[in-house]
Write a protein that binds this ligand. Structure first.
Ligand SMILES: [Zn+2]
Length: 288
């Protein structure tokens, strides 16, 4: 039995309440900053065990599905382009780098990564060697003020203590360095319509659920000034939409539809998706 958070994990306010219970986990909301987060306190050890167990199963559909890695390229290329407009080259750290799929597009950069799952870390190591750390940002020992850019894609919302993680990022970045955060924006219309059935509500995979406002505030508390944010489109298989709508329930109508599409010539059809459900924020470490 885990003990529960007594305060908001970001703004530390005590005025928190249970918004949803999903898969047996409490989703708390803070009345001060509107942040949603998993109420149960989970240790790094518990999380690490969980990732080791799930990594080779089906859990993170986005990464486990080899076909979908191809689709992620669409986003990676846009992000690589956006970064290179701000900084032509330098040292980059991708936290939660998976198999190094994004770093593959940062040609000419000194590429480093951190990955909790040893299975994926090994894939990244095959390309980037000892620049890949198997573990978490908390146990990453590296030179202070070394990196020009740090990216966290679908990662900050997996972390039990976002402020602690961002403080570490701040110490690793050069003054004036850039941090890029990609997370779900829980204030999008799609999430509002679906409530607890919004596809991003997957505790304990996602531990924190940001909106644009409290994400920018969280960055500001951590010494970062937000310069820009974008809602970049993603490329997706048509069938993936129905799969997600089914929430992996094989008796669900959408699952049956997914199955029909998957067996037909429609299975390779891709669509461009932008529901304003995924935000990418660019912020700069303030020079003090
Ligand atoms: Zn709060």
């Amino acid at each position: 039995m885990n003990s529960m958070h007594k305060n908001c994990i970001v703004c530390k306010n005590k005025d928190i309440f249970t918004k949803y219970i999903i898969n047996g986990f409490h989703i708390f909301q803070c009345r001060q900053c509107s942040l949603l987060f998993v109420g149960e306190k989970l240790s790094q050890e518990e999380l690490k065990m969980w990732y080791e167990q799930k990594a080779d199963v089906d859990c993170d559909y986005t990464y486990a599905d080899q076909e979908n890695i191809e689709n992620l390229k669409f986003y990676y290329l846009k992000l690589a382009d956006w970064i290179s407009k701000k900084m032509p080259t330098g040292k980059i750290l991708d936290i939660g780098c998976s198999g190094g799929y994004f770093l593959d597009y940062m040609k000419g950069w000194d590429c480093h990564g951190i990955e909790i799952s040893s299975l994926y870390a090994e894939k990244a190591k095959a390309k980037h060697g000892n620049n890949i750390h198997t573990g978490t940002v908390e146990d990453y020992e590296y030179k202070k003020e070394y990196f020009d850019v740090i990216t966290l894609q679908d990662v900050l919302d997996h972390m039990p203590d976002p402020l602690q993680a961002l403080a570490k990022c701040n110490s690793l970045l050069k003054p004036g360095g850039i941090i890029v955060i990609k997370v779900h924006d829980i204030s999008c219309l799609f999430a509002k319509l679906l409530g607890p059935r919004f596809y991003a509500f997957v505790p304990i995979f996602h531990l924190v659920y940001f909106n644009k406002k409290n994400l920018i505030e969280t960055l500001s508390m951590s010494g970062f000034k937000t310069e820009e944010y974008k809602y970049l489109a993603h490329l997706l298989f048509l069938k993936t939409i129905f799969y997600r709508l089914s929430q992996d329930n094989k008796k669900n109508f959408f699952y049956k539809l997914y199955n029909v599409i998957n067996r037909s010539s429609l299975r390779n059809i891709k669509i461009k998706k932008n529901l304003y459900d995924i935000i990418t924020v660019f912020a700069r470490k303030e020079i003090v």
